[in-house]
Every structure is written in structure tokens, then in C-alpha cells.
Design a protein around this ligand. Structure first.
Ligand code: ATR
Length: 267
């Protein structure tokens, strides 16, 4: 079978490495490649998929919404989130799915345990936040809280969350068991923090979906104050594992995928 990730730019994607590690571990003669498709060529996406004989592909920045008009159907998750990161091509039918939120939540459950009673606060209300909030809202009995600096971002959300303005965070943060930064603040070499968290619950888990660097300033400051922390590496691994499952109905070897990405990034 043949797979790809389409994005622009795409040369730094670790998805080919990660998926090939999984194929090898499962003794599958499959192939996965990165395809750089600029927005002005996107209208040819169906021809491109035929040319590369794809059975499925991942979609990344900046095409997660742009892909939607080219699909035949979408899963419930993808519809609710309004963005697609995985496409299955079967009998010339294109089925759009979203594994980003599910990926984060799978990793979080491994790390934290059952989420049913957890009160969760998400910082940021962009595409990544929406996927995570949707998947979390399927797990926790509490309404998921989302804090953002621009309240109009919540206008087109198709499922219920508890919206807050980012400036309210000091008043509410100590109610939550899990706090997740989904904004890009702190990525790469930046030492910025989206907010400086003040009083928190003693056993709170502070998360960041960023995994480059392994520890953002947000996580560093939480750790320095004795809180548990969790980065976004598992989200990347599990979104890939869930895409693989969507394409093949097989379970991925998550351990092998995680190890090869960790070796590439952190050693
Ligand atoms: P993604 O798809 O990666 O989630 P996005 O859709 O552009 O990216 O969303 C980025 C999110 O990070 C938004 O919630 C954005 O807040 P606004 O809606 O107010 O723009 C948030 N964000 C980005 N930079 C930020 C900053 N410096 N401080 C606070 N929030 C920030």
C-alpha cells in the first residue's frame, strides 16, 4: 500500500520516518512519502493521488480545511472539528477523518489514566484546540473549558465547551486537574509563555502540545514549581498510529514509532 503526507512546507516532516519504522516492525512492504503541495496546486489533489497511487494520506498545514471540498464523506470527528488530517481512499471514495485530537487523548489516557472525572482547561482555540476539545469532550463528564484571547474564535464551534477569556485564567486555573497549552507560543527557540500560571491544584498535570523543544518555557516553569508535566510528542505519535489504523484496520507498533522519533529529535 502507498501513503503520503501532503503539506507546504513539508521537508521537515517526521511522518515518513515514523510510519516506515512501524511498517518495518510489522513486516509490511508499505511506502509513505512527504509531498510538498503548495496551495496554488491544490486543485490537482485528486490527480496527484492517482499519479502516486495512494491508498491514503495525511494532511497537514496549511491544507487541513482546504481538503474538505475534495472529499466524498467525512467521519463524525472530522465534521465536528471542521478539519481533516487523514484521508482514506477506497474504491475511489475519499473519506476524511481527524486523528489529531484522538491522538492527544490516547496518549493522555496512557499517561494520566481515566479522564472521566478530570476537569480540563485548554489554552488556545485554534484548529489543534478544537480537535483536542472534541475528543476530550467524549471522555470527561465535565464540560471542557477553553480559554482564548479572542472570543470570536468560538463562534463556529459545533460542540459545547465552556469558553473563557485568556485574561480570566488566574481566577479559574486552580479548579482544573489537567491544563493544556495548544497555542504555538514557546515553539522552537522561543522562550515565551502563553500565560504565567499562578495558583494551581497540587496534583495538576500541565501539558503542552509542542514537542520541539521537548520542554517549553510553559512546561519548565510548571516543573520548577513541582507540577507534573507532559509534552506533545505522544500526540504526534498517536495521531500517526490512528491514521494507520484508519487506513489498514491494523494496530500500529506505537513503541517503535515513539522510539525512532525520540532518537531523531532528542539524542
Ligand atoms: P493551530 O491550528 O495550530 O491550533 P491556529 O488555528 O492558528 O493554529 O490557532 C492558534 C491559537 O493560538 C489561537 O487560539 C490563538 O489565539 P487567537 O485566537 O487569539 O489568535 C492562539 N495564540 C497564538 N499566539 C498567541 C499568543 N501570543 N498569545 C495567546 N494566544 C495565542
Amino acid at each position: 500500500m502507498k501513503f503520503a503526507v501532503i503539506g507546504h512546507p513539508i521537508e521537515h516532516s517526521l511522518s515518513p520516518l515514523m510510519h516506515h519504522a512501524n511498517f518495518e516492525a510489522l513486516h509490511l512492504d508499505y511506502h509513505y512519502q512527504a509531498l510538498n503541495i503548495p496551495p496554488e496546486h491544490f486543485q490537482h489533489i485528486r490527480d496527484i493521488a492517482v499519479e502516486y497511487d495512494l491508498d491514503g494520506f495525511n494532511v497537514t498545514i496549511p491544507h487541513k480545511e482546504r481538503i474538505i471540498p475534495y472529499l466524498d464523506t467525512m467521519t463524525e470527528e472530522a465534521q465536528a472539528i471542521g478539519a481533516v488530517n487523514t484521508v482514506l481512499i477506497k474504491d475511489n471514495q475519499w473519506i476524511g477523518h481527524n486523528t489529531d485530537g484522538l491522538g492527544f487523548v490516547k496518549g493522555l489516557i496512557d499517561h494520566y489514566g481515566d479522564l472521566h472525572n478530570a476537569k480540563i482547561l485548554i489554552i488556545g482555540a485554534g484548529g489543534a484546540s478544537k480537535g483536542i476539545a472534541y475528543s476530550l469532550s467524549q471522555q470527561s463528564k465535565h464540560l471542557v473549558a477553553v480559554a482564548n484571547r479572542t472570543m470570536s474564535r468560538f463562534d463556529n464551534w459545533q460542540f459545547e465547551v465552556q469558553p473563557y477569556h485568556l485574561s480570566d485564567i488566574d481566577n479559574i486555573a486552580n479548579q482544573f486537574d489537567i491544563i493544556i497549552n495548544t497555542t504555538p507560543v514557546g515553539m522552537h527557540a522561543s522562550t515565551d509563555q502563553v500565560v504565567a500560571l499562578k495558583q494551581l491544584k497540587k496534583d495538576v498535570l500541565v501539558c503542552d502540545i509542542i514537542y520541539i523543544p521537548a520542554e517549553t518555557a510553559f512546561l519548565k516553569s510548571a516543573k520548577a514549581r513541582g507540577y507534573r508535566t507532559y509534552n506533545g510528542l505522544d500526540m504526534f505519535i498517536y495521531q500517526g498510529a490512528e491514521s494507520f489504523k484508519f487506513w489498514t484496520s491494523k494496530e500500529a507498533n506505537v513503541e517503535v514509532m515513539r522510539q525512532c522519533v525520540k532518537n531523531r529529535l532528542y539524542s
